[in-house]
Structures are given as C-alpha cells and as structure tokens.
Ligand binder design. Structure first.
Ligand code: PRP
Ligand code: URA
Length: 210
C-alpha cells in the first residue's frame, strides 16, 4: 500500500505560510503563525476521527450526543521544531497524550541522531499523530516513525508544514502505509538538503537561535 499525501491548501493556511516564509518575519511572528496554522491543520487531520454517542442532559432535555470514541490519541513531537506545531494541536485536543522524540540532523551525514524518547503507554491502541514542520530528506521523520513502530504504534499519521518531493518519495518507500499531511510541497532540496524555496531552519526560526 502506498502512503497518501494530503496537501492542505486552505487559503488561510497558504496566506499564513507565505508570511512565515519571509526572512523578515520575527521569531515571535513565526511562532504565532505556526500556531494558527496548526489549529487549521489539526481540523483537517482529525476530520475522520471515530465518534460515539453518549446520553447527556441539556437544560431542556436528554439527548444522545456525539463525542470522540476510543482511546485518547497520542501526539508525538519531533524535537525541537515539532513543538511549534504541537502546541496549537494540543489546544484543540487537550486530552491527547503527548510523546516526544528528540532528533537532530547531523550536518555532515544528514542522518537523524536520537537524543531523547518518551512515549505514553499503549501506543498500539492509539492513533499516533507525529508532527514536525519540515520533511526535507525525510531522514528524521523516517527514523521517528521507525522508532514509534518499534514501540508498538500501528496507526500513525505524519503532519508537517513543508515537504520536499525527494523527502516524500523516501518517506513513501520507508513507511508506505503512513499518511502524510502537509501545507505545501516545495520545489527541491539544495546542496545542503534545505527545502527550496522553503523557510530556512524551522527550529532556529521558532526559537531565534541563529
Ligand atoms: C529539522 C526539522 C526536521 C528535520 C528535517 O530539524 O525540524 O526534524 O530538520 O530534515 P530531514 O527531513 O532532512 O531529516 P533539525 O535537525 O534542524 O533539529 P531541530 O528541530 O532541533 O532544529
Ligand atoms: N530542516 C529545516 O529546518 N529546514 C529545511 O529546509 C530542511 C531541514
């Protein structure tokens, strides 16, 4: 089975993404826009969540009312930049469990190096939404999802802001059953494997570290 890629091309997301790409956007503006976009993307990535009906009482009457069904879902942030997407999604789904996986891209080899891993229990029974703004070579997202599968996760989705065509191809090859959601697929990777036109280093832009 080949994984699907959904480009969430809502005009509000596209507009806000353009504001984020600009070199002139400050870290604070960048973070705010990322949070706003994460709200909008969360809406799309959760649109098919299962619903069950439960009896409640309104001030007027009893009714069978819809609520999310099943075990609480798990959001997984790929540190550091994933936290920029996580925050907004957690605001919409405050009861979600949260896992963190710390990975950085070795600047020489471009391989993902893991430095932290902490997940909630029962990953095998939860929908696991993994978030990282950037899918460039896909080394980081592939490594994160491999690790989640080793930890028992079976039902995984990957949400990013920007993806490169090369990364999507590599991701498909490694994890064909994992759906990818992104706000845009950019043109290519440069010689340093940065996404072009892209927005630069997402972690640095979120946290002002460069
Ligand atoms: C960035 C980004 C992804 C990764 C994408 O993280 O947040 O995790 O690069 O690149 P890839 O698809 O080629 O692996 P980075 O390694 O800069 O770490 P940071 O989030 O701590 O800044
Ligand atoms: N990581 C980033 O933060 N940006 C890129 O363009 C590629 C990898």
């Amino acid at each position: 089975m080949n994984s699907s890629v959904t480009v969430i091309d809502h005009p509000l997301i596209q507009h806000k993404l353009t504001l984020m790409r600009r070199t002139s956007a400050s870290s604070s503006t960048f973070r705010s826009l990322l949070k706003e976009i994460s709200h909008l993307m969360a809406y799309e990535i959760t649109r098919d969540l299962p619903i069950e009906h439960t009896q409640i009482e309104t001030p007027l009457t009893k009714m069978q009312a819809p609520m999310l069904a099943g075990k609480k879902l798990c959001l997984v942030s790929i540190l550091r930049a994933g936290n920029g997407l996580l925050e907004g999604i957690l605001e919409l789904i405050p009861s979600a469990r949260v896992g963190h996986i710390g990975l950085y891209r070795d600047p020489e080899t471009l391989e993902a190096v893991e430095y932290y891993y902490k997940m909630p229990s029962d990953l095998d029974q939860r929908l696991v939404i993994t978030v990282d703004p950037m899918l460039a070579t896909a080394n980081s997202s592939i490594a994160a999802i491999t690790r989640l599968k080793e930890g028992g996760a079976r039902n995984i989705r990957f949400l990013c802001l920007l993806a490169a065509p090369e990364g999507i191809e590599a991701f498909h090859a490694a994890h064909p059953e994992v759906p990818v959601y992104t706000a845009a697929i950019d043109d290519h990777l440069n010689e340093h494997k940065y996404i072009v036109p892209g927005l630069g280093d997402a972690g640095d832009r979120i946290y002002g570290t460069r």
